[in-house]
Ligand binder design. Structure first.
Ligand SMILES: Nc1ncnc2c1ncn2[C@@H]1O[C@H](COP(=O)(O)OP(=O)(O)O)[C@@H](O)[C@H]1O
Ligand SMILES: O=P(O)(O)O[C@H]1O[C@H](CO)[C@@H](O[C@H]2O[C@H](CO)[C@@H](O)[C@H](O)[C@H]2O)[C@H](O)[C@H]1O
Length: 461
């Protein structure tokens, strides 16, 4: 049942108008997770009118459940829930052309244009103002850290980067990440940065504000505001730049290893850790094995390597059977060069603690060996070196070594001393990447596939 706040009574007509338009618009959005399957219906979860459509700009906040047939062989699915900010105008100014959702043909809104309002500075600024004032409207709760000030009047611009979500930058001061596919529960993208801020860890921007909602008693985190690291470059851009110039990146990789270790140490202090041994490790290994089998069904090119890859997991299970134990803690969960920002004055920050968006929330919040993040970064150096022509595996090798040394210096634990664990996590990550690329960027598939060939034949024992 939708919870609606509809002072002007136009919501029903808005939803009817949006239905046919969203069926073509939604699947084209980079952040739409259900690509490749038709959209069959929408159910509103909440609709909140932020500005009535009778004015120059109407503005609606929507949580919409999107119904699609299950993937072949997949479980029946209730449909993913997406967050939209829909603007309504009589005519769309040319600068907002990329935001167009469509033109309304019938009903009270006939002749109006509906569009993605995050492209429009005024509605985007309204969100910041609501956080500043800690507004409550309908089910929406705009909240902020009382100790951090938000200056009024900051100008909004939507980031154009390829993203899983959408981010708006205000002045050069804040960045608001508006989550697109949302799931109920504690969101690690807010939970972990808040925990790190409590620990005083300076490597992660501390959340300034957040938008929550509790439709039907289910809690959702919908957006997170944090300080904007002005003039920063992300690790991926920097790595590609250095690769293009044929320059060394090992000092940066070393510093990144240190930064990762500092974040891990703070997370282990802030949140519970557990010991994994016989009995606890098996579910992790089973998860890896199942993901590999599902990936091989989804991407047939992976199938010939399945037995070799599986040996990475059985080797780990064998160590547990011999009595080895590992410490597990909360981790970043999707660490790669693009999640690392370097400020102009130097110094790395880590962002985007959401974990791998395709995994269930409960799994993303489980304590895991910290080496999982290390493996993600090692894969990322490999990605960078293989995305240039000609590929430069020597560059990746040197960066991987420097990163592990930096990590070891700051944490006292060198990830290379546990090659079986590292190989299992690198394999799991490469398998994830194969599925990710097949789904989102098929041209990139050869990049993780080259790692798959290496990992299927390497034996660290
Ligand atoms: N605090 C920040 N300061 C500066 N830029 C940021 C900050 N947080 C995110 N960004 C930029 O926004 C992009 C997307 O952020 P991210 O949290 O990774 O979103 P998504 O989950 O949608 O990929 C990043 O790649 C980075 O360029
Ligand atoms: O940043 P996101 O949370 O959206 O992460 C997803 O997209 C990433 C790509 O944008 C993807 O990362 C893979 O490609 C990167 C280069 O573009 C590379 O540095 C990473 O190592 C590689 O995994 C990520 O896996 C996915 O979850």
């Amino acid at each position: 049942m939708a919870e609606t706040v509809t002072p002007s009574g136009t919501t029903g007509s808005l939803l009817a108008s949006l239905d046919p338009l969203l069926r073509t618009w939604l699947p084209r959005q980079r952040w739409f997770a259900g690509k490749g399957r038709p959209v069959t219906a929408f159910t509103p979860v909440t609709v909140t009118e932020l500005l009535p459509s009778g004015g120059r700009v109407g503005l609606y906040h929507l949580l919409l459940r999107v119904h699609q047939p299950s993937a072949p062989g997949g479980e029946p699915h209730p449909g993913d829930c997406y967050q939209l900010l829909v603007g309504v105008r009589r005519a769309l100014p040319p600068r907002l052309a990329p935001a167009l959702i469509g033109h309304v043909a019938k009903g009270p809104l006939a002749g109006c244009t509906v569009y993605d309002a995050l492209y429009d500075p005024r509605p985007a600024e309204l969100l910041l103002e609501a956080l500043r004032r800690r507004t409550r409207i309908g089910v929406l709760r705009f909240e902020r850290d009382a100790r951090q000030e938000i200056r009024p009047g900051l100008v909004a611009r939507l980031m154009t980067a390829e993203q899983s979500n959408s981010s708006v930058v205000y002045g050069d001061t804040f960045i608001l990440k508006v989550l697109r596919r949302v799931v109920p529960g504690v969101n690690p993208d807010l939970e972990l940065p808040l925990a790190l801020a409590r620990e005083g860890c300076p490597r992660v921007p501390a959340p300034t504000g957040w938008l929550r909602a509790e439709p039907g008693g289910e809690p959702y985190v919908l957006a997170v505001l944090q300080p904007y690291v002005s003039g920063a470059s992300d690790g991926w851009e920097l790595a590609l730049r250095e690769l293009a110039k044929g320059e060394d990146f090992t000092a940066e990789a070393h510093a990144l290893g240190r930064a990762t270790a500092e974040v891990h140490t703070a997370l282990a202090r802030a949140l519970p850790t557990v010991t994994l041994g016989r009995g606890q490790l098996e579910p992790l290994v089973d998860g890896m094995t199942e993901r590999l089998a599902a990936a091989a069904r989804a991407v047939p090119a992976l199938a010939p390597y399945e037995p070799g890859l599986r040996s990475a997991y059985t080797a780990l299970a064998a160590l547990a059977a011999e009595g080895r134990t590992w410490t597990a803690q909360r981790v970043h969960g999707d660490l790669h060069l693009g999640q690392c920002l370097r400020a102009p004055a130097g110094g790395w920050s880590l962002i985007d603690f959401e974990g791998e968006p395709a995994r269930p929330l409960a799994e993303r919040r489980m304590p895991q060996p910290a080496v999982r993040d290390v493996a993600g970064m090692l894969r990322s150096f490999d990605y960078a070196a293989r995305s240039v022509r000609p590929p430069d595996p020597g560059w990746a090798h040197a960066c991987r070594a420097a990163y592990c040394s930096g990590y070891a210096e700051a944490s006292g634990r060198d990830p290379r001393t546990d090659p079986v664990l590292l190989r299992a996590y690198e394999t799991d990550k490469a398998v994830y990447e194969v599925v990710y690329e097949a789904r989102h960027r098929p041209d990139w598939l050869p990049v993780p596939m080259s790692a798959i060939r290496r990992l299927a034949t390497s034996d660290p024992t």
